[in-house]
Design a binder for this molecule. Structure first.
Ligand code: F6P
Length: 348
């Protein structure tokens, strides 16, 4: 497959934003596919930070041996926005040249890919790969990492069920999902949750309590409520947050809505209520088989796109095919399908 006249010689790869299971599977696929075409690969450490600081390492077949099932990312990640200052933007462009990087594979969510989009506009060849446990990127049916997160949350719901039932308690489970409640919805359906609360649909605490009361009257002495961290009551202006700090893309650190809800439920209906905040457990550990396969397909397709000279695109899953779409179409948020959310209510 090596073509001696191919202008592409060296591919840089980085993983940015929150980590997720499957990142190493992508890195492995990019390195192995690149090697088939005769391209060398440079790993950029810690997302965009690495290219600003010139922190890179060569990636060979040897570097990626054994990483397929490993969670996290061997390259490290960060929420650095290299476009925040003119100085960093220039350093990034200088380093891309200095290390002989002809094209970049950027693996990330909306923030990382918004930077990739800007680079494309600056004529840097770039291909994006959609990553986030939140599954909130448009243009793709699924991001990798999501399936693993849903499995972890479903397992947590199953475990909460047995203890909730024994103690006749209400269990509130807070899960990740800043602007979109995909994890809460899918895991809530899979685990048989009795209420699912998501950012897309502001909730009325009285309605939630009424639902739980009715369930109790039907003889069900326990309930499971799954709430996404970005969900909020109709009358609440901002998000529930754990700190006033924001990251370089302006995002607040979310958390706390589960405890607010738990207290409100206990006060109103008097049933003993316990709150579990699953947090970063959802992002850790080994990827499911589904995520390993999806991540591998994305990695292969990204290199194929570069080989074909198709830049400024994001690889995506549509139906059962991996295709590519313009990066600019991907960085809008994908909300939970209202029909799916409505369907979940049948089981409340
Ligand atoms: O990966 C996306 C996400 O999981 C969001 O749902 C969550 O708000 C955020 O990451 C938290 O990430 P961190 O604590 O790493 O900033």
């Amino acid at each position: 497959m090596v073509n001696k006249t191919d202008p592409l010689k060296t591919i840089g790869i980085l993983t940015g934003g929150g980590d997720c299971p499957g990142l190493n599977a992508v890195i492995r696929a990019v390195v192995k596919t690149s090697n088939l075409y005769g391209y060398s690969v440079i790993g950029i450490r810690n997302g965009w930070k690495g290219i600003v600081e010139g922190d890179v390492e060569p990636l060979t077949e040897f570097s990626v041996t054994g990483i397929l099932p490993k969670g996290g990312t061997i390259l490290g990640t960060s929420r650095t926005n290299p476009l925040k200052s003119e100085e960093h933007t220039q350093q990034m462009l200088t380093n891309i040249k200095k290390f002989g990087i002809d094209a970049i594979v950027a693996v990330g969510g909306d923030d990382t890919l918004s930077v990739a989009t800007r680079l494309h506009q600056m004529n840097i060849p770039v291909v994006g790969i959609p990553k986030t446990i939140d599954n909130d990127l448009s243009g793709t049916d699924y991001t990798f990492g999501f399936d693993t997160a849903v499995s972890i949350v479903t397992d947590a719901i199953d475990r909460l069920h047995t203890t909730a039932e024994s103690h006749h308690r209400i269990m509130v489970l807070e899960v990740m999902g800043r602007h979109a409640g995909w994890i809460a919805t899918m895991a809530g359906i899979a685990g048989g949750a009795d209420q699912i609360l998501i950012p897309e649909v502001p909730f009325d605490i009285e309605d939630i309590c009424e639902g739980l009361r009715m369930r109790r009257e039907r003889g069900k002495k326990f309930s499971i409520v799954v709430i996404a961290e970005g969900a909020k009551p109709k009358d609440m202006a901002g998000f529930a947050t754990t700190s006033s700090k924001v990251d370089e893309f302006g995002h607040e650190q979310l958390g706390g809505i589960g405890h607010l809800l738990g207290r409100a439920i206990e006060e109103r209906i008097g049933s003993e209520t316990r709150v579990t905040v699953l947090g970063h457990v959802q992002r850790g550990g080994t990827p499911t088989a589904h995520d390993r396969v999806l991540a591998t397909r994305y990695g292969v397709k990204a290199v194929e796109q570069l080989h074909e000279g198709k830049f400024g695109v994001m690889v995506a899953l549509q139906g059962d095919k991996i295709i590519s779409i313009p990066l600019s179409d991907a960085i809008t948020q994908k909300k939970v399908d209202p029909d799916l959310y409505e369907m979940a209510r049948i089981f409340y």
